[in-house]
Design a protein around this ligand. Structure first.
Ligand SMILES: [Zn+2]
Length: 90
């Protein structure tokens, strides 16, 4: 993680969320007196994001997965079952 202002490596300054004292997790650059909240940083897309977005409502902006079927007999049903099993469902 680099400071967006001075480019300094501020990975070490990372702090976790601490809701009990109202602290939002993120990084802080002492030189610039600049803090970056964790949620402000675009995450790298993770392979796990696909099933998670699939879990969301169909109206959400999650990536649609038309190749998956949600009913037996539909194209993609086998793939749907495979992913479902990976979540711990049978
Ligand atoms: Zn800085």
């Amino acid at each position: 993680m680099d400071c967006p202002k001075c480019g300094e490596d501020i990975s070490e300054s990372y702090e976790d969320d601490d809701p009990s004292v109202g602290i939002t997790g993120g990084w802080y650059c002492e030189a610039c007196d600049y803090s970056i909240a964790e949620w402000e940083v675009d995450r790298e897309p993770m392979p796990d994001d696909v099933p998670i977005s699939f879990l969301g409502s169909r109206e959400s902006k999650g990536t649609p997965l038309p190749e998956l079927g949600t009913q037996p007999g539909q194209p993609g049903w086998e793939e749907f079952c495979r992913i479902a099993r990976s979540w711990g469902y049978d």
